[in-house]
Design a protein around this ligand. Structure first.
Ligand code: 5GP
Ligand code: ZN
Length: 116
């Protein structure tokens, strides 16, 4: 947990969010600035800054985070047509919030990946 981390505060309910799903280890909510008709974020409740900070000790949590991401996507009605998942890592990856989050984008064809 990090006192001044935005997503830690969201996971703790200290900053309001549109919650989609929560269990002991993960929290899912709608992105404040959606880039698609459905744009959700799935985070571990424990503060881990970037994907690159995962260690062997986090294997179970990382697996749970991904599995629950598929659950959240189905809950959002994206199971049939599919969706894009994305994890941005540090500056060249386009990461703005330094607490691991999986983006779920869907509700329309997202198109082929373009790296600009
Ligand atoms: P990143 O660029 O780090 O991969 O993605 C950060 C995401 O967090 C962005 O899509 C941004 O819109 C979203 N975001 C930033 N601040 C907030 C907030 O206070 N609430 C919510 N729900 N989403 C946020
Ligand atoms: Zn955090």
């Amino acid at each position: 947990m990090s006192d001044d981390c935005l997503f830690c505060k969201i996971a703790r309910g200290e900053i309001p969010s549109k919650k989609i799903y929560e269990d002991e280890h993960v929290f899912a909510f709608h992105d404040i600035n959606p880039q698609a008709p459905v744009h959700a974020l799935v985070i571990p409740k424990r503060h881990i800054a970037t994907l690159d900070d995962l260690t062997e000790a986090d294997r179970e949590l990382a697996g749970h985070l991904l599995e629950r991401t598929t659950h959240v996507a189905r809950e959002l009605g994206l199971g049939q047509n599919g969706y894009r998942t994305m994890i941005n890592t540090r500056s060249h990856g386009g990461q703005e919030v330094y607490h691991i989050h999986v983006h779920i984008l869907g509700g329309r064809p997202i198109g082929r990946m373009v790296c600009t």
